[in-house]
Design a protein around this ligand. Structure first.
Ligand SMILES: [Zn+2]
Length: 467
């Protein structure tokens, strides 16, 4: 009996070993293939990865409202038809390959593979009068999306930017005017539109968009300079994996938009291109059913962020060869590296006021023209004062250190009432950002009788002390 059991066990062990060998060979071979698809030498992060191209059947989008872009002309100029592909950073590709290997292994042992699928709905060219409708649908459906907004539109409709933000959607930068001729004539023009739009959005929400989507997509437009400098400056450029086709021409019917939007329901990650710019009523009309289909297919709905691995089309030959004025070394030194600090200033700001101390984390404060700018309520309340928002006068009423201070964003002033009842009005840079009042830290501390200050910056933190 023992013998026969042994005989049974041996083939099982052998076949197990054989299976492992096959698996190792398959995985190893695949990993080699995968590796070979990366360029050698690896100089930058824009290598096409064939392993991923299967799920990316999209063609570069064209916007009928910009009118310059012609995919056909572009393809002819390049001498062959080019399809955009997902590109991944080599370092991350290796990580991804490892993750895939361990997932394959896991799948061989676990009975139920963990199918995790996420769709990222993205809306470009807004905000417009369509945006409210889109927001309403997203709210009803209980899903979040990402809006790549135009500075020109945002400036005219700040209330919609605020509504997008307050509903918990993500906001990305889609340049200021969407004009291909301006944007793709040289990097510095693209850059100035990014910064212009960033400032408009920051003034509304208090946050700088770190995600960028190139008008018309990067394909045929971006060269290595665009990709490289934007990355160095701290931005994440995001194309898409599925084009709804809603901007292929004017008035694409909702049925067609739906059909193209749900064409591939097998991909684990879908970044769906839609539009909420003016004239895109059909996109809003198709949206509820698009969401339903993805829900039925088991997708979660995500918002894009700058930390995730970007989807980027490759550089077309035409874009690589286009003669454009590259920025000078001096310009790059003056603009690109300092910009990165905006997103990576990992230092907390410590405030010492009397015996109390608090820390504002990176992102909780900003530095503008050499001055710290802070949210009024957070600072005052953490340091022992009180702030009440007066909605009638739209002012913040501070009681702190025996003084009453009224912060008025409309008049840009602080009205200070001392313990003796004497009143003093000072002009101050008070700003309403989203639903918060922000003030210059120096102005606030001086008004509260906590000046003078000493400031220090160490490798770990920034510190402001009042005496
Ligand atoms: Zn666009």
């Amino acid at each position: 009996m023992k013998e026969s059991r042994k005989n049974h066990i041996r083939p099982i062990v052998l076949s197990g070993l054989l299976a492992m060998a096959v698996l190792i060979f398959a995985v190893g071979g695949w990993a080699v293939l995968y590796k070979n698809n990366l360029p050698a030498p690896v100089k930058q992060d824009l290598a096409p990865v064939a392993a991923n191209s299967g799920q990316l059947q999209t063609k570069p989008g064209s916007s009928w409202n910009a009118g310059v872009y012609s995919p056909n002309r572009l393809s002819q100029a390049a001498g062959k038809v080019m399809a955009p592909r997902m590109v991944i950073t080599p370092a991350k590709a290796a990580v991804k390959a490892e993750a895939a290997v361990s997932k394959n292994n896991a799948q061989n042992h676990l009975p139920a593979p963990n199918k995790h699928k996420t769709v990222y709905l993205t809306f470009d060219d807004g905000p417009s009068k369509i945006t409210s409708k889109v927001l309403e649908i997203l709210r009803q459906q209980g899903v979040k999306a990402t809006f790549f907004v135009l500075g020109e539109q945002a400036r005219q409709r700040p209330e919609l930017i605020n509504a997008i933000w307050e509903q918990g959607h993500s906001i990305g930068n889609h340049t200021y005017n969407h004009n291909y001729h301006d944007l793709y004539s040289g990097f510095t023009e693209f850059w100035s539109q990014i910064k212009q739009t960033e400032e408009i959005v920051r003034n509304i929400t208090g946050v700088r968009p770190q995600l960028i989507r190139a008008p018309g997509g990067t394909f045929g437009h971006f060269d290595q300079t665009y990709f490289h400098l934007l990355k160095q400056a701290g931005y994440s450029v995001m194309d898409w994996t599925v084009d709804s086709g809603d901007s292929r021409r004017k008035g694409v019917p909702a049925a067609d938009i739906l059909k193209e939007s749900v064409a591939d329901m097998n991909a684990s990650r879908v970044i769906l291109l839609l539009h909420d710019g003016g004239g895109h009523e059909q996109s809003a009309k198709a949206l509820p059913e698009i969401i339903q289909r993805y829900k039925s297919a088991g997708y979660a709905f995500g918002v894009l962020d700058a930390e995730m691995q970007p989807v980027q089309f490759r550089v077309s030959d035409a874009a690589a060869k286009a003669s454009r004025n590259g920025p000078s070394r001096d310009w790059i030194a003056a603009n690109i590296a300092p910009n990165r600090e905006l997103f990576t200033s990992g230092k907390a700001l410590a405030l010492e006021v009397g015996l109390l101390e608090t820390k504002l984390l990176p992102g909780e404060y900003s530095i503008s023209e050499g001055q710290y700018r802070v949210p009024l309520r957070a600072v005052v309340e953490r340091l022992g004062g009180r702030v009440n928002w007066d909605s009638a006068s739209r002012t913040g009423k501070v009681v702190w250190n025996g003084r009453a201070i009224i912060a008025d964003a409309a008049r840009k002033q602080l009205t200070i009432t001392g313990a003796d009842g004497r009143q003093q009005v000072r002009s101050a840079d008070v700003q309403m950002i989203g639903s918060s009042l922000w003030v210059s830290l120096r102005g606030l501390l001086e008004a509260a009788g906590h000046a003078p200050l000493t400031t220090a910056v160490t490798i770990d933190e920034r510190r402001v002390k009042t005496l």
